[in-house]
Design a protein around this ligand. Sequence first.
Ligand SMILES: *Cc1c(COP(=O)(O)O)cnc(C)c1O
Length: 328
Amino acid sequence: MVQRLNFAHLPTPIEKLPRLSKFLGGPRLLVKRDDQTGLAFGGNKTRKLEFLVAEAQAQGAQMLISAGAIQSNHCRQTAAAAARFGFDCTLVLNGEMPTQPSANLLLDEMFGVEIVNVADRADRARILQETYEKAVRDGKKPYLVPYGGSSPVGALGYAFAMEELINQKPCEGSGDLQGCPDWIVFGTSSGGTHAGLTLGKRIFGYDGNILGISIDEDETWLKAHVSALASDASELLGERIEFTPDDVMATDAYCQAGYGVLTDAERESVKLFASYEGLLLDPVYTGRAAAGLIDLIREGFFKKDETVLFWHTGGQPALFADKYAAQL
Ligand SMILES: *Cc1c(COP(=O)(O)O)cnc(C)c1O
């Protein structure tokens, strides 16, 4: 039996983006507001944490340990969940520690976590493992929340998000309910969101396409990783479904600058969404994913009579990180 806590604000709204659609001259655009999932400014990690925190509780854990970049949204939400459910929390954060914390890092500190800083990302996995083992030795009963919350358990959050989307009937009244929205587009990185949606598509019968815009990983790795994660997650629901890399649609065409490096493409998408729809993206994830979406629209990748749903995965606190704010 899979356990789940219910603290996310669900269902998240679906909104139309008529001004942006018109400006781009492309397909009809919708947005699913998973930046509004609740839990410390929301984001896609809330849905995963409903399952991960339930598992931690079921195991009798007293502490959550996770890792990410200094401005990790996943770590901020994990820290908030730890505070809310009474866990101690240690975060292993890679990158240069600013003298004055801002944005997600400032929030992490507010939630009262302990931070272990790792200068070099290459050392992160080892330090995370050592931190975990030390906590075990000290009798702190830690639960290791995987990178990005992307274990099979965490991915379940997005399998059920797909059920939620289908039940919302986003295309009601458009005369085209079958397979609508025709496309779901979003930013993908550690793969849990992608894997959950892939599994949810199969289980709940969505017949549109799910296209992940890679934030930092290459396409071959993503397809293999996401399909394996979706297969493992399916098992938790009773019966294993074997997904293959061909079941996963992803592009790594928009992440060549590297993780968290702002280019004109991200700056443009953040400004277009803000100025045409009053909607905020984040510089690292949704800004990059939307830049990919905009480029694909301009290339004529989507048909004009199609409906494309941009799944907003959150991350806006990073807009206020000194590091990014200075470049927007
Ligand atoms: C973590 C994150 C993603 C990527 O989701 P994964 O499930 O790790 O692939 C996308 N957008 C935002 C804002 C995130 O914080």
